[in-house]
Write a protein that binds this ligand. Sequence first.
Ligand SMILES: [Zn+2]
Length: 428
Amino acid sequence: MSIKRFITAIFISLILSGLGLIPQEPETWQVISLDLEHVPLRQLAGLGLDILMQKERRLYIVSSPQDRMRLGEAGLPFRPELAFSGRPAAVSSSAGGGLNGDYHSYSELEADLRALEAGHPGLAKVYDIGRSLEGRSLYALKISDNVGVSEPEAQVLFLGCHHAREWISVEVPFLLGEFLLINYLTDSRVRDIVDRSEVWLVPLVNPDGLEYSIHVYRYWRKNRRDNGDGSFGVDLNRNYGYEWGYDNSGSSPTPESAVYRGPAAFSERETAAVRDLFLRSNFQALVSYHSFSQVIYYPWGYSRQPVENAERMKGLAAGMAQHILEVAGTVYRQGQSSLLSYLTNGDTTDWAFGLYGIPAYTIELEPPSEGQGGFFNAESEIRPIFNDNLPAALTLIEDCISRYVPPVSENGRAGQARRLIAREARIR
Ligand SMILES: [Zn+2]
């Protein structure tokens, strides 16, 4: 390389790194694929791999150097998928400002939640329900009439972004809140919902991870805990306290694994914040948005045993899939997560259903596959994906309203909370 080209290259890389455009881990993390004709799935169980998808007879994995070393040691052949390396082009740096375009960064979400609160006094209130390791607030937005008062009304919780790279999962719950507030005065269905329920939204459970995904490494999944062994991050959707660490297929005890469950149930501030919000509330249903694959999952994830006495939960899942289909013909499958997908333990929905007995869903948003964009939804897809999911969310809230029975007294409610805490203490 000539001196001139060398200097130009340095100059360009300085500019790019100043803009945060050079991921710091481009050569360490890599999407690879394995041929399932030659590598049986059972041989991969227990390796704690970060599985992206299965397409035809190939399994696609986001791999660390350690993953690739273990595969090599086990004699399991794989090939790099260069098409997935580098920074995705789906996001412009235009409209919404910032590196992640129209998607929310942490500070943009903070500002927009505050703006909703300021623009809709009496209907919207922002709560700071915890603090991440890097010092970011974990925000919940409550929407209800008389929002400053805890009324005897059905409460429904919508969560987003347990997994850092699933940017669309921030947008759907945020837009749900915005929709309810903007349309309150003009839409009688919305007014009825807001008057008769308390809708809680936590669009960004994992702010440290999201920022890392925006600025450093787009495929980042976990939070940013320093595990002390050179690895970072706990998989927040393996850190909840119902059958936590049940086996090493549904989560991993290995810190550098993408599905590392952490040193103990609720060891992480983010999951503890969700748990504590439950203890102060009386949620009747829960949706946790993730991406991607267009599926509505319900428990169990930890076991292939069917959930018992869950006809309502199954019926609601079928109903939600139908509502999504009716918007624009988008097909979401639905079913028990351990049967439709792979085993997971310590996830949000097993905990919410196992402990509180409420309908609890993981909704994996669009697209259906890696080949159709995977984690990289174009900015122009944000609104259509929200539109697809809106009637399903509204119907779930309405179902909770129609079945809601107010507690006999506040005493009764406090007593119920105490019993639940005692019950939780018994669960490992
Ligand atoms: Zn996820």
